[in-house]
Design a protein around this ligand. Structure first.
Ligand code: GUN
Length: 299
């Protein structure tokens, strides 16, 4: 049976380090890290994520600010809020929760965030830095950054010679994940809905990352024996066995089957999920260190 990678425990380690770094920063007389989270509209899943981000920021000792805006907020109003946050020296990280309502151009909003406060790592400057291997100064998107920490726990930092397959080509997870694996010297393939014979390709992977948003799509016989399997999916499916109208969370990997073959695997929940918020805190404290003219901490 595979080793179960405990994302909750690694995330707690990251948050503890962020707390210690925050205390050190404040002890040196610098401003405490400030994180602004902006949410537009009433999407229930987004509200849960955002509340959790704001709560963890407070736990870390940050200045935590949340803008909760109605669904009919105009693009101009949102851009003005971002401009003000860009100019606010008490704020080191700005996160606009996605998705945004259809009448707002999300791309424009993201590109308005100052790159040095873009703790989501979505601005072209940060995307470009990651793509060119400038990892020392880039902000890397939180979910792939957290996934990399989990991979490092199992495989170490240098992944030279390993084959990595990333299933999913989103800008938030698939593409940055592939770039991080490439920077760590993996041979990387990005697979997606048009890929031919995905099971055969997946079976070549020493590191298999599933980020497609399809419940239990990756089957046990897609997994190479001994592979490290990282399941980024969080899907809610009906669970009639728990009672009428009940549901449960599953990943993009058929966990029970895959765990019999893999060397190590992340569970859902309790794998990649907790890492996303932890890495947001890590990026924000790093931004505050840079703003104070201090060396950027690494995780
Ligand atoms: N929506 C889902 N994931 C994310 C994320 O990582 N950042 C933001 N801003 N919105 C999201």
């Amino acid at each position: 049976m595979a080793e179960v990678i405990d994302g909750k425990s690694v995330a707690e380690d990251v948050v503890s380090k962020v707390k210690a770094l925050t205390s050190e920063l404040v002890a040196k007389g610098a401003t405490k890290p400030g994180l602004a989270v902006v949410i537009v509209g009433e999407d229930p899943a987004s509200q849960v994520y955002v509340a959790s981000k704001s709560r963890t920021a407070k736990e870390c000792g940050f200045h935590s600010l949340q803008h909760t805006l109605p669904a009919d907020t105009s693009e101009a109003q949102l851009l003005k809020i971002i401009d003000d946050l860009n100019a606010d020296a008490s704020i080191h990280g700005i996160l606009v929760q996605l998705p945004l309502p259809g009448h707002i151009d999300a791309g424009k909003v993201i590109q308005t965030i100052a790159p040095e406060k873009d703790v989501d790592g979505f601005h072209f400057i940060n995307v470009g830095k990651l793509g060119t291997g400038e990892l020392e100064t880039a902000f890397v998107p939180c979910t792939p950054a957290g996934s990399m920490l989990l991979i490092e726990r199992v495989r170490g930092k240098d992944l030279s010679g390993l084959n990595a397959v990333v299933v999913g080509r989103s800008n938030i997870v698939g593409k940055p994940m592939a770039n991080l694996l490439l920077a760590a010297n993996c041979t990387v393939t990005i697979a997606h809905s048009r890929t031919k014979d995905l099971p055969a390709l997946a079976r070549t992977a020493d590191i298999l990352v599933a980020a497609v948003g399809r419940p239990e799509m990756v089957k046990g016989d897609w997994v190479k024996p001994g592979a490290t399997v990282i399941d980024v999916g969080i899907n809610r499916i009906p669970a009639p066995e728990k009672g009428e109208g009940k549901s449960r969370l599953v990943g993009d990997v058929a966990y029970a089957e895959a765990a019999k073959v893999a060397g190590a695997i992340t569970p859902v929940p309790g794998g990649v999920g907790p890492m996303t918020i932890a890495m947001l805190m890590a990026n924000t404290v790093a931004s505050a260190y840079l703003a104070a003219g201090m060396k950027r901490p690494s995780f």
